[in-house]
Design a protein around this ligand. Sequence first.
Ligand code: MGD
Ligand code: MGD
Ligand code: SF4
Ligand code: MO
Length: 737
Amino acid sequence: MATLPVSPEKIIHHFGPHLNFAPQEGYVGRDEPDATVKTHCCFCGMQCGIQLLVKNNKVVGFEPWMEFPFNEGRLCPKGVQRYLQNNHPDRLLEPLERVEGEGFKPIAWDNALDRVTSEIKRIQDTYGKNAFALLSGVSLTNEKSYLMGKFARVAVKTANLDYNGRLCMVSAGAGNKKAFGLDRSSNNYADLEHAEVIIVTGANVSETFPTLTHWLWRARDNGAKLIVIDPRVIPLARTADIHLPVKPGTDSALYGAMLKYLVDHDMLDHDFINHHTTGFEDTIAAVKDYTLEWAETVTGVDKEKIRQAAELWGKAKTSFLLHARGIEHHSKGVENVLGCINLVLATGRIGRPYCGYGTITGQGNGQGGREHGHKCDQLPGNRDITNPDHRKYIADVWGIPEAELPGKGLTAWELIEAIHRGEVKGLLSICFNPLISLPNNNYVREALEKLEFYVCIDFFLSETARHADIVLAGSLHEEEEGTVTTAEGRVVRIRKAVNPPGSARTDTSIILDLAARLGEADKFSYPNSEAIFNELRIASKGGTADYYGITYKKIEDNMGVFWPCPSEDHPGTPRLWEDRKFATPDGKAHFNPVAFREPSEVTDSGYPVVLTTGRVVSQYLSGTQTRRIGKLVGIVPEPLLEIHPELAQRYGIRQRETVRVTTRRGTGDFAANIVETIRKDTVFIPYHWPGRKSANQLTIGTLDPVSKIPEFKVCACRLEPLGVFTQPGETIAFDSI
Ligand SMILES: Nc1nc2c(c(=O)[nH]1)N[C@H]1C(S)=C(S)[C@@H](COP(=O)(O)OP(=O)(O)OC[C@H]3O[C@@H](n4cnc5c(=O)[nH]c(N)nc54)[C@H](O)[C@@H]3O)O[C@H]1N2
Ligand SMILES: Nc1nc2c(c(=O)[nH]1)N[C@H]1C(S)=C(S)[C@@H](COP(=O)(O)OP(=O)(O)OC[C@H]3O[C@@H](n4cnc5c(=O)[nH]c(N)nc54)[C@H](O)[C@@H]3O)O[C@H]1N2
Ligand code: SF4
Ligand SMILES: [Mo]
């Protein structure tokens, strides 16, 4: 096959087929690779297609995969650099054991795995089955996510398994299930192209889903109006028709006022509301007092701008509403999501060409990983672990009596609290770095230190892994076969390009080995990842997330298949709800009343400034992977405190001055970046860094009562300039290559 020799430097942020550079034939100045492997980026939920170049069992570079329909070869700065991990000098090449007073020492695999199983048994014999907990993550493939759910319930026999999606998509998932009975974007993103009006709320798309901007620009080229709702003038907002700089924690008031405006001006799809929904009357009753004036006082957004936004939305014939963590990371995350869905249902613009709604899933397999049972309340196929029929079906697939299937366990943050209370004594984590990612990380560190035994499976020594008794050297995305499900709901193939380096092992083989040592070899013997997928297909059959009709071959032949796909002759479902039959028991979409309530911590004289947290384009999540890649470190070397000039002046803060930020949980020091693109009452800190640079020293552990997501997006802080100045790049204190 002819391949384009493209060096990383040549791939720029939004390069498209029209970009004018002349590729040379062959691999000038480079060796011919042994193989070119079509797979997907390991990072965000876009799961851009990419080709990895392999030489001598090492990933040595990449090329765009032009034919993959979502990104058509485009990649963002992280995608361009991701190939540098496999060969990285920090890769864990063998298991490690902590030796008191000496630090980590290499240990043989057999000894490491025996120690893990004997500690699981000791802790469970002494304190009960649920005293051993597991934390999993959705950078893992569907196969591994499914396997972790089965491993916890069938091999470890504990109820306590949860996952890092608890910090991510659960508010959206809970809201979608309430409203639609199913949790997926209603349309694929090609339906953005001819949407007349697009609302993007709480999603910094240009930095967090850069290749999605292409579809937004295509819509703009076709005349779409864009409404951006964000406390910051994010890059996307600079060209928006309307930007609503909402005060963090007040979105539900904004959506309520917009809904009232639609009702008062009869901008409603009565036919859709009457025939295909329930709950409309109660929902509008809840917002009857939400005038534009009231909304302005609560949200801090000019009432005329709210009116304009409601007017645009109300009059559109086609539209798309997208949101992400900006509205979901709240103690009322589910209510915010439902507020958005109410606006969509009121206008009936869903599940038709160019009429869609969806949360933008964050992690690589954030979609598939939230369907196949490594959540504390869930079984595969997005089944409910408390539903007797669902339990029976999965118990049969797994070959165990239903009574042996554990019940609902604790969520991620509740597990940390249970460790503090002494109820959970042992922990296995895979693909999760809670010490950076959970709120109030001083409290998390104390919990890790209280554990009698902690084992971590990772390919780098993450900050959390440093607290482990045993670290098992696992595998990267490109070291195992599997599937993931993109933010659109498209199931795609992850291809193995290389073997894990040194004596590192695939995650799957580690889990299967542990299951065998726990005496369950017969239930955990799969010849390959495809065999796990084939069991997952059966386990998901008849569930709302039905993958039964999807096979590896079908995915490969079609470059992906959209679930639900209930039979092998079914083509998959890029657009949901075209038949107007929703997945709720009554087949209707459900309006849900949303009354505004304050965030869990509001500003006062002691803590007068709103703190919100999020991301930058060049770093990924807890940074374990991206803080090790020099070129990415160089783009944003350290977390900066974004602050408006007027607020900075009030505290005498100057550009690049180190500012001490204090909340009721902790303090951190951050260099100031004085910008006019943020509200005057709010500061923003990206959270990808550890130690004194960690935003999560400051954040609050209050949970949404339904989804149990922490309130990362709003708490109260105070600011103190320290009189110390740094220049960009001066404080780099992290390993890079
Ligand atoms: N570069 C990069 N890309 C990523 C990731 C990454 O770490 N780095 N992570 C991936 C993952 S797992 C996720 S979940 C996604 C997250 O993607 P996003 O949700 O887009 O990212 P965030 O920066 O967390 O938050 C988005 C925006 O919410 C705004 N915001 C804060 N408070 C509020 C509020 O109360 N209301 C509203 N309307 N907006 C508010 C912030 O100003 C911010 O611009 O990104 C994915 N992509
Ligand atoms: N303040 C604040 N905190 C936040 C957020 C915020 O906006 N603000 N966002 C939250 C969100 S949305 C998210 S998703 C979480 C993410 O939080 P985490 O899930 O803790 O973040 P990751 O960096 O993905 O951690 C995954 C770890 O698993 C490893 N890993 C990755 N892939 C694999 C794999 O395939 N196999 C194995 N064995 N290991 C793997 C990585 O090296 C890393 O150490 O953070 C949350 N925390
Ligand atoms: S947009 Fe997401 S999936 Fe695509 S290259 Fe960037 S990080 Fe990777
Ligand atoms: Mo996330």
